[in-house]
Design a protein around this ligand. Structure first.
Ligand SMILES: [Zn+2]
Length: 421
């Protein structure tokens, strides 16, 4: 639904008619740009008391006019889906953000409506419970964890062994996020990793020893904690990146749809999220490549070096691998082609470096992320990349989980053997 209200521009004092898309959460942050003077004003729609649309504006004021003065400039704003920046009235191309989205997505609109609706519904209904479950899981507080599982997942068989708990936790994360997956990259990554973490592989004895070593160190647990923190941040930021989900449903090339704008600004929080997930995934590479080495060549230190690295930079051990830069680490994914492709598609190094720049800013007038002297990035494209972060994050979390499951099964076997003795 589109609501029309009026504001006075804090810059030039002109009256502006705001056409606001209403829907979704009660409080919707947005900004608008005055065409006359170029000033951008942030605010939030308070949609909790319809039919009146109340605005909390950082500057300027909301006006309650009986009649709109002729020639009033009209600005269309939607904070939840990308819209055509040039659109003004309903009869313009893109004047209805939802109709325009339908035109772009065609029958994939259904994926957006159902996916975003189901995802938001799950978070609203179970988000806090799942968050508590994560706390119990990371604390390995199994009595609290077992008691809390039926609250979120009544049909699930109750876990009785440690490996069931690892499995239950991660299946819940998959179920929670599946409504907003847009491609099959994640299951392909999982399938590829199952071949690495294969207890019946040619080097099964070495893999078993490496598993025991890995689960006995605090390093793996620290890594898991960091990955879960990233996961929680991504979930918490979902209103901010959700327009990126619609971007990722659009058929390529996206440039054909014109200047797609998202009139909200969560850049500082999402920049931190992007950099943190990017770094967390790369910090997992010493562990991941060690597993790949032992599974395919019988030793965690048996690296196959990429030709880009000089002999001096080539690590002889996993410990030395830690000293590589994230770019150098990622080169080693060549030994796992599905992951290498997915890594490039979902973790954008150029973007990470650009937004890590101290002088990067979200230029609200153009809707672009700008760094002096470099190509700018549309904010809508940045949101699409932020949405995709869940793919490598879940894949890495899943790889950690499989090692923990393997370790827990070995513990169970040891306990059974000790009982027999
Ligand atoms: Zn103005």
């Amino acid at each position: 639904m589109i609501a029309r209200t009026h504001v006075r521009c804090p810059g030039c004092s002109k009256v502006i008619a705001l056409r606001l898309s209403i829907g979704g959460p009660d409080t919707q942050p947005f900004y608008y740009v005055c065409v006359a003077c170029g000033v951008a004003t942030r605010g939030a729609i308070d949609a909790s008391a319809p039919p009146k649309v109340a605005l909390n504006l950082e500057d300027g004021e909301q006006l309650y006019l009986d009649k709109e003065p002729p020639g009033t400039q009209v600005v269309t704003v939607d904070s939840s889906i990308p819209l055509l920046g040039s659109a003004k009235e309903m009869w313009d191309v893109g004047g209805s953000p939802f109709i325009y989205l339908h035109m772009i997505l065609g029958n994939r609109l259904d994926l957006y409506v159902k996916g975003s609706g189901k995802f938001r519904g799950l978070i609203e209904a179970d988000g806090k419970r799942i968050d508590r479950l994560i706390t119990y899981y990371l604390d390995r507080n199994w009595s609290a964890f077992d008691a809390a599982v039926p609250e979120v997942w009544p049909d699930q068989n109750l876990p009785t062994l440690v490996w069931h708990r690892h499995d239950t936790m991660h299946r819940l994360l998959d179920l929670l996020t599946a409504p907003v997956w847009t491609a099959d990259i994640y299951p392909r990554m999982k399938e590829a990793w199952n071949k690495v973490q294969n207890p019946a592989c040619a080097h099964s004895a070495a893999l078993l020893v490496a598993t025991r070593t890995a689960v006995a160190t605090s390093e793996l647990i620290d890594l898991q904690n960091e990955l879960f923190d990233c996961f929680r941040l991504w979930i918490r930021s979902h209103d901010a990146w959700m327009p990126g989900f619609t971007m990722n449903l659009m058929p390529e090339p996206r440039a054909q749809y014109g200047d797609l704008r998202v009139y909200r600004d969560d850049f500082p929080a999402l920049r931190d999220l992007y950099i943190r997930v990017f770094e967390a995934c790369h910090s997992a590479l010493p562990f991941l490549m060690g597993r790949l080495n032992v599974s395919t060549r019988g030793s965690v230190d048996a690296f196959v070096h990429p030709p880009e690295l000089s002999a001096k930079r080539q690590p002889k051990t996993v410990a030395a691998f830690h000293k590589l830069t994230s770019w150098e680490r990622a080169l080693y994914l060549r030994g796992l082609p599905v992951w290498e492709t997915a890594w490039t598609e979902t973790l954008d190094r150029g973007l990470r470096n650009k937004i890590g720049h101290a002088k990067v800013r979200h230029h609200l007038q153009s809707g672009e992320l700008r760094v002096q002297g470099e190509d700018s990035v549309p904010y809508s494209a940045f949101l699409a990349k932020t949405h995709l972060l869940i793919i490598p994050l879940l894949a890495v979390m899943n790889a950690v989980k499989l090692t923990l499951i393997h370790g827990a099964m070995l513990d169970d076997q040891d306990a059974a053997r000790n009982k027999q003795l």
